[in-house]
Design a protein around this ligand. Sequence first.
Ligand SMILES: *Cc1c(COP(=O)(O)O)cnc(C)c1O
Length: 426
Amino acid sequence: MTDRLPGFSTLAVHAGAQPDPTTGARATPIYQTTSFVFNDADHAASLFGLQAFGNIYTRIGNPTNAVLEERVAALEGGTAALAVASGHAAQLVVLQQLMRPGDEIIAARKLYGGSINQFTHAFKAFGWNVAWADPDDIASFEHAVTPHTKAIFIESIANPSGSITDIEAIAAVARKAGVPLIVDNTLASPYLIKPIDHGADIVVHSLTKFLGGHGNSLGGIIVDAGTFDWAKDNKYPMLSEPRPEYHGIKLQETFGNFAFAIACRVLGLRDLGPALSPFNAFMILTGIETLPLRMQKHCDNAKAVAEFLSTHAAVSAVNYAGLPGDKYNSLQRKYAPKGAGAVFTFSLKGGYDAGVNLVSNLKLFSHLANVGDTRSLVIHPASTTHSQLDDAAKVKSGAAPDVVRLSIGIEDKEDLFADLDQALNA
Ligand SMILES: *Cc1c(COP(=O)(O)O)cnc(C)c1O
């Protein structure tokens, strides 16, 4: 073994981790401590002044979390990453570095329902405005650009619809507008899509989903691609102007191609506070070790279930980008050739009531508001995650009244067919 670059499965197991220098522990230990002892007063001062890297306090950084950060940065091909308490915390911390009251973000209309809420209500209260664009109509992003635009936000594979986004086309719009492209890569995971290879400047994840993968721990992460020039035009003062709380240093000047990750840590996480528990970091790291195996099985099962449903008498339509006739099939073959993910929707001939009945009759599928678990999951978005939207907005976000969302697990596919069949016929 020489200077070969490690492959994805090797990185999923090893990136960022060393045997523990003190004990030799091979699995990454859970450093369940709030604080870290300084070597001496000078060491303490240099840590606080950002002149040296090291551990201070777990709200700002923790050695277990650091392994997770290095691992996901490696899997995504970024320069650095910052782990936080949830996917929503990641979105908040990213935008806090970019946005000031009166600024705008352009967001794809097809987003996770919780993100639509966060952008529409919580961010609005900060004076951050959102302009919605249609990911199937690239010109709608171009038309939404104004002098106040500070970022564009999309999902690589959209939740709940499972549609595939043309990342490169939207990255070109962002580049022309001089703003970063933020890609929520939760549903794809870097096993299926690496948005940085397609022009993303920042990648965010809900680690709660496929990366953790077992439905047992919340987490979020921000990956810095190291591609964006934050000092250009002084558009991003958090990164380009002297920071009074750090003796006047300029983050972009000092930290170069990982300045954004540093800003998220030392300005965002430090001041907003959504730190990830080291225990959750450990659980998620353990999940990531099997990401390539799980993700392939998720995709293979999902394709088989989509094929099964598309021939079922109670089903009017199946929207799975992995099916040859699907509207997103050519984008899937370009961006996610290993598989179209495991989250998709289908429509029932019986409408809203049939959706409610189906979720009540399924036995192996769990009816709950999550995706990316080893277990198969089901939800009826119109009566749950997207219930707060009006009918037109439900349809636009892929959550019409007759639509059911599945997140296919890693069980035996024949058992999934049987459960769906009995519930659809009930
Ligand atoms: C779940 C989810 C989020 C939010 O993540 P949390 O960890 O629940 O805060 C964001 N984006 C997508 C696509 C999601 O599925």
